[in-house]
Design a protein. Structure first.
Length: 154
């Protein structure tokens, strides 16, 4: 709902009182959620650490799609830090990873649009956020056929 300080407080409270769901994947998802909160609060170094760790942990479990979404969140942090070359490199890697996966063609198209935006120097924080939001929507609603963002949308 946009109240990141309150979200952070609730997350810390839930962690302190062992109220969070168990399991490795849930733990990693919560780390990525912490990264989203840190990024929203402008704590970019903490956000980078949370996203990088979550991405590596997802990869370690073979969850390449979730690692890709988390990687796009990491790219948004890097973009805010002016680290455009690292964003471009990550977009190239994600496109290669998604090409080898059996993901929905809409998900692949979204990542290819991000790669193309990077190649053309048209990538923005807002554009990266649109791609990440789109991939999350696809993940949450696997039966839907949402059209992927285009380069013009970014």
């Amino acid at each position: 709902a946009g109240n990141l300080v309150k979200a952070q407080q609730h997350l810390w409270y839930a962690q302190m009182h062992d109220l969070l769901p168990g399991g490795e994947v849930n733990r990693i998802k919560l780390r990525a959620t912490s990264g989203e909160i840190f990024a929203g609060l402008g704590q970019l170094d903490r956000a980078e650490t949370a996203f990088r760790t979550a991405k590596e942990d997802f990869e370690g479990l073979g969850l390449v799609y979730l690692a890709g979404i988390t990687g796009i969140d990491l790219a948004a942090v890097w973009m805010r830090q002016g680290r455009v070359e690292e964003v471009r490199e990550l977009a190239e890697k994600l496109a290669g990873d998604f090409l080898t996966l059996s993901v929905k063609r809409e998900a692949l198209a979204a990542v290819l649009v991000l790669r193309e935006a990077c190649r053309k120097g048209r990538v923005t924080v807002e554009g990266i956020a649109k791609i990440a939001a789109y991939l999350r929507d696809l993940d949450r609603r696997p039966g839907s056929a949402l059209p992927p963002p285009t380069l013009a949308d970014l």
